[in-house]
Unconditional design. Structure first.
Lengths: 545, 170
């Protein structure tokens, strides 16, 4: 399949399903015209090689939905043509690279900062920028320039419209998303969103911590399902190290990932129904989370931010009463979702509020950057668990839920059905859990048992070296991803051979989902905008990083 | 309050005005949850059935600063967010209290970097800090109880933060 591509680019390296290719900057435009089948854009980033210059990185998915291409190129003049006209989602991604690295995208319609505040000076992800140099913001951006541009595209003049800020401090906008809308009566005629209110410098922090010390930071990306982020991260590092984890660890990870999917969907649905005014459902859906918290507390010692995974396995094996605790949690989840569905399924208010609201067509969905359940709700059957299975997902019996209309209703119902599918997966795995260890035996990766650390000099040295120097990941770059709750959660890692990543970029589904949002609410009313946002399940920690 | 005062029998309760007002305040703190991140998810648990903040009279969660008197800052505050936090705090009318929930709000937590405010007390005065990343629901309830305790034991002092000067105060 890739014969032609590999002949054309003989320097391409391949690892698993990922191709890694570096080209000359003069050839970027020609590549973008052809794309060689890699027609789905996933992410854009950059790497600062200090005296060697800045390198731009594009990550593409092939139309076979399996293979990934990491395309990079040094930019001696720190500028490159924008691909915004070809990929709608590139707009925000390019703004982020401009914001963090100062690369100019020629022909971009709105090249301004997206994560850092408008008074920020400099580009924080450049290696020359000191990590602790904070800059105070005294006043929020008015966004006037952006909204005026959008209003000009409509048939209205500025004086006919009313302008309203939705957020950032608004319960439906998670305290972190600001949308400025131009209103004709109740109808939204133009909208721009501002994010970055929860930009916590994840990527810069990673460049200053060892591979193991990054795990707690990954918890706080999507804090509704922290386990999922843990796993996505350690899986990438394990693949870079060519490590195969034990069968038991693999199955436990599948189980915990699906449990995370359930608990995340529960919060999303509970909050969305509150936004709609249906408070009762909140208790039905949120309370089962407490049962899951109980399970997680016993297993990991923590309710929300678990930091449970380790490169090469996990912190500890399942606790003694895990099966009963898990069954109890799943029982409560099932009761909760059934009760809620009985209240909303044939409910006219619910249908009227959700059907044909915030519609995205099947053709637009990928181009606009939708991912995961939001993408599938539009009718695109793309699920990494099926398309390029990992951890034995291909041996499990489950369906992927695909919608038809891509409206709020489809996104909500898809989440309810995904909860059922996840329960199905957990039930299959818990019945056939393999015996054995959860950690591999490799003293270069996994910490030695405490007994050795306390009693032998080799153990102490081993512990000391791994903690202070970190896990030594071979030199190179790599991208790997999993099907997380909100879509494809990927990590692009550049290693210089030391115990700390040279560069680490998260391909965050919430970021690209959010970039599609302002276009989705045009023509709807304010109350619909709130539901559309709720149905996308934007998690700010992951979006702003 | 003098519930067992013998002078007027059972029909009349004698007390000091301050004490009556504090008793009312203490039992009806309305939180303005400035939730931004992980801690806000734990606040959802605090408000849910199991931990149930309404046992302490503080379940009327208002996102409108004009209607609330207890600000709970739940989550990381970045430099970009700071002017908004300050504005909302200023919009709350006296009497008001602030709980800083979690490591990020209290000190920046492990985000010691270019974008994260190293504690909200750089911009607004804080009454109670809650440790944890995120704190357990019980810890937040404990912070609420300590504010109630203080209300019960001494008169409310509106000038207690008079000398506070934050980074955004001109």
């Amino acid at each position: 399949m890739f014969k032609h591509f590999l002949e054309f680019f003989p320097t391409t390296k391949q690892k698993n399903n990922t191709f890694i290719l570096e080209i000359d900057y003069k050839k970027i435009d020609a590549f973008m015209c052809n794309l060689y089948g890699f027609e789905i854009l996933l992410d854009i980033s950059a790497v600062d090689y200090e005296s060697d210059g800045l390198k731009i990185v594009y990550i593409f998915r092939h139309t076979n939905l399996i293979n990934t291409l990491v395309l990079s190129s040094f930019l001696p003049h720190k500028r490159v043509n924008s691909i915004e006209s070809k990929f709608k989602m590139a707009s925000w991604l390019e703004r982020e690279v401009f914001d963090q690295y100062g690369i100019i995208f020629l022909g971009h319609s709105n090249l301004k900062r997206v994560l850092n505040h408008h008074q920020f000076v400099g580009h924080p992800l450049l290696k020359s920028y000191n990590i602790t140099d904070g800059q105070i913001c005294t006043k929020s951006d008015s966004l006037e320039d952006e909204i005026n541009k959008e209003v000009k595209k409509t048939s209205f003049s500025k004086d006919e419209l009313m302008f309203l800020n939705l957020g950032p401090s608004h319960p439906a906008s998670h305290g972190t998303i600001r949308t400025l809308v131009a209103l004709d009566g109740e109808d939204i005629v133009a909208a721009v969103s501002e994010i970055g209110y929860l930009h916590r410098g994840f990527e810069k922090s990673c460049e200053n911590h060892t591979y193991s010390a990054i795990i707690p930071y990954t918890d706080r990306l999507n804090y509704c399902s922290s386990m999922m982020n843990n796993i996505a991260y350690v899986k990438t590092i394990e693949e870079m190290l060519d490590i195969k984890i034990t069968p038991r660890a693999m199955k436990i990870r599948v189980m915990l990932m699906e449990l995370s999917r359930i608990m995340d969907h529960l919060v999303c649905l509970a909050a969305l129904l509150v936004d709609m005014g249906a408070l009762t459902n909140y208790w039905y859906l949120y309370n089962p989370r407490e049962a899951i918290y109980d399970f997680l507390s016993k297993l990991t010692g923590s309710r929300l931010t678990v930091s449970f995974m380790r490169v090469g396995g996990m912190s500890n094996d399942l606790h003694e009463t895990w099966l009963e605790d898990l069954q109890e949690a799943l029982k409560q989840v099932q009761e909760g979702t059934e009760t809620t569905l009985s209240l909303i399924k044939d409910n006219k208010i619910f249908s009227d509020r959700t059907i044909d609201i915030g519609v995205v067509s099947k053709d637009d969905a990928l181009n606009m950057g939708l991912s995961g359940v939001n993408l599938r709700a539009c009718g695109v059957a793309h699920d990494i668990r099926k398309d390029s299975p990992y951890y034995g997902y291909d041996e499990l019996d489950f369906d992927i839920v695909v919608g038809e209309h891509g409206d709020v209703y489809d996104r909500v119902m898809a989440r309810f059905m995904e909860i059922d599918e996840s329960i199905k997966i957990i039930n299959q795995v818990k019945e056939n859990l393999p015996d054995g260890d959860v950690n591999i035996i490799n003293h270069k990766v996994v910490l030695p048992p405490k007994q050795n650390v306390y009693n032998t000099i080799e153990g102490v040295m081993n512990h000391f070296k791994l903690t202070f120097d970190g896990i030594q990941v071979p030199k190179g770059e790599y991208y790997s991803s999993i099907e997380a709750v909100n879509g494809e959660l990927g990590f692009y890692v550049v290693s210089d051979g030391s115990g700390t990543p040279y560069k680490l970029k998260v391909k965050a589904p919430s970021f690209t989902n959010m970039s599609a949002y302002p276009k989705m609410i045009i023509g709807h009313q304010i109350a619909d905008a709130v539901l559309t946002l709720g149905s996308l399940n934007i998690i700010a920690g992951e979006m702003d990083r | 309050m003098g519930l067992d005062s013998p002078t007027f029998g059972n029909e009349v309760i004698t007390t000091k005005l301050d004490e009556a007002v504090n008793w009312a305040r203490e039992s009806s703190l309305w939180p303005m949850v400035f939730g931004t991140a992980c801690c806000a998810i734990e606040f959802m648990s605090v408000a849910s059935s199991k931990y149930d903040i309404s046992r302490f009279g503080a379940e009327v969660v208002r996102f409108s600063p004009r209607q609330s008197d207890l600000m709970i800052v739940a989550g990381t505050i970045t430099y970009k967010q700071a002017p908004i936090l300050k504005q909302i705090y200023d919009q709350m009318s006296e009497p008001k209290w602030v709980i800083s929930m979690g490591a990020c709000a209290s000190s920046g937590g492990f985000y010691d970097n270019y974008t994260t405010m190293q504690g909200i007390d750089e911009i607004i005065p804080v009454d109670v800090y809650v440790a944890g990343c995120p704190p357990r629901p019980e810890a937040l309830l404990d912070a609420l109880l300590s504010i109630q305790q203080e209300l019960r034991s001494k008169a409310y002092d509106p000038n207690r933060h008079k000398n506070f000067k934050g980074l955004l105060d001109v």
